[in-house]
Write a new protein. Structure first.
Length: 981
DNA sequence: CTGGGCGCGGTTTTT
DNA sequence: CCGCGCCCAG
């Protein structure tokens, strides 16, 4: 039995699709068309998946059908094919947008699965990876290869087919963001790909000019967004319908893994005239410029009207990759060109396809002759003439024999097919009796003989990602920092000046020059993440086993190590367990209860105050507040009793021990701390500073501290940049070095960021090392929802459009520089601002990743590291990172600077820290910086109108570009309110 | 000791 | 607005 299968459609849950794309209508139209197997499409969408669950039932071998209760009875076409015979195959199209080999890639892939259980498993897996709720064709920042891996892991019976492989914007071989071969895209998993979808703008003959595609079957589908267009391109199978049968039939046709026990055979495809496709030729739609590849080449791929880049179409791209003069080669499945029946009728009747009379004739014809595809593909023209106007039969004859004239499509505009020239209809009607005597050739005679030609798969092309700048090149100042060993070294390293590179370079140098044994090196950071990065860089600079002998860790890990050393010497006991903040707070509450102490501000606030005392090495007795001192003493006793240490104790106790046991301290120093390097030195608190002083020699030799007082933003947790600034007083022989060559940001960004620091700046003026430049965009929006929309639209546009919709509406591509999602960061001062952003961006379809402090259990289900996404995080969390494009959201007075509730006035040092916070945020940006603020913002359920941050006024206007859509509207009465009152 | 209700306060974060 | 922390009742 021969049957038609349309394996790529979309539901009503995809963007820009008809409301009629529901299971009932799709089934009805499939029956009218004569499509036996229809893809569900969109199964990752939760609502569509639940409709699939409720309304379909399983039938033979992995296919589904609409339950009887939903079937409409009124379809009764000749040929015995109706809605009851329509089967669904589970599938979805995924839009993968990611960077590979240094370029932005946008690839659409079809995934087929054998049962609903697999669908559910895959959905829950993809749900964790990205946003599958806002679009039936979800966008994932996932490499096609990794998506394939996940698909096959979920069920090895699943398979993937790259979709419409030649379209310029979203396909595996597309000119804008594709690859030059299937292998480049899928790497080691390429053997699992056995079929490709040709898409409307190309046909098999074009594809067969590209030898590297010889081993793939070529399938054709409608990719329709409305039910009436089902099957406009379609596959023909022979045999039993079934999931496995279809998969194996396609696979056998691909000659990748021939299967003799085929239950079905892949016959071939029905095709559009490829010229009709939206991206057939090259051109520029806005200027109505269409051209073929030769002309495009002559004009240097630039529009002759406006000078912008032309959209390079499918023919051009095929020619680029072609290695064969002709695609008409034997041994491949055949195909037949066709035109939708309404189009054929409309041309015969000299009317529009949507016109009422055409639609009436269409349905009448189906009622008399049977399903559309049967009419188009295999029905005798005589039979058709018997029931319809001979002009319709003639129109169809012309379609079948390719006797048509076509205006090719380009740059998103469909091509147009013309069957009859001026006066031809009338002429034909005159000759009609003569022509009808000549029978057209049978369609089946076009079927090619199958060939057994084999070809080995091309070896995987190896392309390396752009390797990072060599680790061994240093500028003059960096070199001094790296090679000065006879004195303590203080390095003031501005943003983007190569801080970590310098620190690790120095360690490598010390070891290479024999100045230090790796075991005598201690490198201290604030976070485990930073420690890991230092360790990894060391491993890239020297043999791994040497690098591992260096001690790299956080201050707290160092404290632990010192305590262990003193334990071994019998000088310290207890502290078996280290409590996290929560546990410590519980113990504190317990201690207060036991002591019968009532705390006015609540135990949590008191606990924080005690923590600050510990970090500042203030003994309980010296506390100004007697209650505070007493609580502190009671707490420490209680901790001692429980053999517990809190995180502050990991700094405090080692300092006490080192101070009171100079001999042991000296021994420890000699053994392990000949070289002591401290990262982010501006963030040390007193306890950390003392720890370093006690570990270093009196004159500070071997001591190397690096940081940037302009980026000190942790004052609230006891850090004080005064320790950085007074380093030279404590170590008069210290060599002070400033790193000022900034390799990260454009000159404009640097200049503006430094203006924000105002006269607070400690660092010398940064010198930009980059040439490209663009102004800072300061955008004022009506509210937080429009702020989020602005951000997502800007990203969408800079990526080059994440959907066909935005591309076809012509708003994409202007800023396109090959960015991927991971190149963007959205930064904010308050998590509450981030919450609102996250919520609003959820519906945009752009993959976002919120980087939040993570509890251990959250860490377990952390983001798949393969996924690319836009980063959302606080400014604090962004320190030390960089992104090509940065948005600073919520830049309103009261938020940046953040003015806390009930604050009557703000201490100037706090205000300065807020200033530095904006400086840190701005200097994260490499290429582009957007600053957004909302005129109306709701925070803590309260709506506020806030002016933009007064810090923005510090920036020179010439560096900025202002966008304020509000300014054009009628001004509202200014109603300013306090944020938290 | 557990649960529900109420009232208030609300940055930033690492170990 | 929402979550917590505390208090009181059972």
């Amino acid at each position: 039995m021969e049957y038609f299968a349309d394996l790529h459609i979309h539901s009503k849950y995809s963007i820009a699709t008809s409301r009629d794309c529901n299971l009932v209508e799709l089934t009805r139209w499939a029956a009218l068309k004569g499509i036996r197997v229809l893809a569900t499409g969109d199964f990752t969408h939760p609502q569509w998946a639940s409709e699939i669950d409720e309304m379909l039932e399983e039938t033979e071998d992995g296919l589904l059908r609409l339950k009887d209760q939903y079937i409409e009875e009124n379809i009764d076409l000749p040929g015995g094919f109706g809605p009851r015979e329509v089967r669904f195959i589970l599938n979805v199209e995924i839009s993968s947008i990611y960077k590979k080999y240094g370029s932005a890639r946008r690839v659409h892939n079809l995934i087929f699965v054998p049962d609903r259980e697999t669908m559910r498993r895959l959905n829950s897996r993809l749900d964790r990876i990205g946003n599958i709720r806002s679009d039936g064709r979800p966008i994932l920042g996932l490499d096609s290869r990794d998506l394939l891996e996940i698909t096959l892991e979920t069920n090895s019976e699943s398979f993937m087919v790259p979709a419409h492989i030649w379209t310029p914007w979203f396909s595996v071989l597309g000119s804008k963001s594709g690859f030059d071969s299937i292998e480049e895209c899928f790497g080691d998993l390429t053997p699992h790909i056995f079929a490709l979808e040709t898409g409307l703008s190309s046909d098999p003959e074009m594809n067969r000019r590209v030898g590297s595609l010889d081993d793939y079957a070529l399938i054709s589908n409608s990719d329709t967004h409305s039910p009436s267009k089902l099957g406009r391109e379609v596959n023909i199978f022979d045999g039993k319908p079934g999931y496995r049968a279809i998969r194996e039939a396609i696979r056998s046709s691909a000659r990748r893994a021939a299967n003799d026990a085929d239950e079905a055979r892949f016959i071939g495809t029905l095709e559009f005239f490829p010229e009709e496709g939206k991206y057939h030729l090259d051109g520029h739609r806005k200027c109505s410029v269409r051209m073929d590849p030769q002309e495009t080449e002559k004009l240097g791929k630039v529009c002759p009207v406006c000078g912008h880049a032309l959209t390079v179409g499918v023919v051009n791209r095929v020619l680029e990759l072609a290695d064969s003069e002709s695609g008409n080669r034997p041994g491949f499945a055949p195909f037949w060109r066709m035109l939708p029946l309404v189009e054929v009728i409309a041309q015969a009747m000299d009317s529009r396809p949507q016109s009422k009379k055409v639609v009436t004739v269409y349905h009448e014809l189906l009622r008399q002759l049977g399903p559309e595809l049967t009419i188009l593909w295999s029905m005798d023209l005589d039979t058709i003439s018997g029931k319809a106007s001979p002009l319709i039969a003639e129109a169809l004859r012309r379609v079948r024999s390719g006797d048509v004239s076509i205006q090719p499509g380009f740059d998103g505009e469909y091509g147009t097919v013309t069957l009859f020239g001026a006066g031809e209809r009338e002429k034909f009607m005159g000759q009609e009796s003569f022509l009808s005597a000549q029978k057209p050739a049978s369609r089946r005679s076009m079927t090619n003989k199958s060939s057994t030609k084999k070809k080995t798969i091309k070896t995987e092309k190896t392309v390396k990602e752009n390797s990072q700048k060599s680790e061994v090149e240093f500028n003059d100042q960096q070199m001094v920092a790296i090679t000065t060993f006879d004195r303590p070294v203080l390095v003031q390293a501005g943003p983007g000046t190569g801080k970590t590179r310098t620190l690790t370079g120095r360690i490598a140098r010390a070891i290479a020059a024999g100045t230090a044994e790796p075991e005598q090196i201690i490198a201290v950071t604030f976070t485990r993440k930073a420690a890991k990065e230092v360790q990894e860089r060391l491993e890239s600079l020297m043999p791994a086993e040497t690098a591992q002998k260096c001690w790299v860790g956080t201050f707290h890990q160092l404290g632990r190590r010192i305590l262990d050393h003193f334990s071994k010497e019998g000088l310290f006991e207890g502290g078996q367990s280290v409590l996290d903040k929560h546990q410590a707070l519980d113990l504190f509450r317990q201690a207060m209860k036991a002591a019968g102490m009532k705390i006015p501000g609540g135990p949590s606030a008191m606990f924080d105050r005690i923590s600050l005392l510990k970090q500042n090495l203030v003994p309980p007795g010296d506390s100004e507040d007697a209650d505070l001192g007493r609580a502190y003493s009671i707490f420490q006793e209680h901790m001692l009793l429980n053999g517990a240490l809190d995180l502050d104790d990991l700094l405090l106790r080692p300092v006490e021990l080192l101070k009171s046991n100079p001999g042991t301290a000296e021994a420890f120093r000699g053994l392990f701390a000949r070289h002591l390097l401290v990262d982010e030195f501006q963030d040390v608190n007193r306890a950390q500073y003392e720890m370093i002083r006690l570990l270093a020699t009196t004159d500070g030799s071997g001591l190397f501290v690096i940081g940037d007082p302009d980026q000190a933003i942790y004052g609230f947790r006891g850090a004080d940049r005064k320790f950085f600034l007074r380093f030279h007083d404590d170590y008069p022989s210290a060599c002070r070095i400033g790193l000022v060559k900034n390799y990260r940001s454009t000159g404009t960004i640097l200049k503006a960021a430094q203006q924000v620091l105002n006269d607070q700046r400690e660092c010398e003026e940064l010198i930009p090392q980059r040439s490209a430049d663009s102004s800072i965009k300061i955008v004022r929006l009506p509210n937080q929802a429009t702020e989020a929309e602005f951000i997502s639209r800007t990203i969408d546009s800079a990526i080059g459009g994440v959907s066909f919709f935005s591309l076809d509406s012509g708003r994409a591509g202007a800023l396109h520089k090959g960015y991927g999602f991971r190149d963007f960061a959205v930064l904010f001062r308050l998590n509450a601002v981030g919450d609102a952003l996250e919520e609003a961006l959820e519906s945009s379809g752009i993959p976002f990743q919120r980087t939040k402090r993570q509890s251990p259990e959250e860490e377990a289900e952390a983001f798949d590291p393969r996924v690319e996404a836009v980063t959302l995080m606080t400014i604090h969390a962004a320190k030390g990172l960089e992104f090509p494009v940065v948005f600073i959201a919520g830049c309103e007075e009261g938020i940046i600077p953040h003015i806390p509730a009930h604050a009557s006035s703000m201490p100037s040092q706090d205000m300065d820290e807020e200033r530095r916070l904006l400086y840190v945020a701005m200097t994260r940006a490499a290429d582009e910086l957007f600053v957004t603020c909302a005129a109306l913002r709701s925070l803590h359920g309260r709506s506020c109108e806030l002016p933009q941050s007064h810090f923005l006024a510090e920036m020179d206007k010439s560096l900025c570009e202002f966008q304020d859509p509000l300014a054009k509207r009628k001004p509202k009465a200014p109603r300013q309110c306090n944020l938290f009152s």
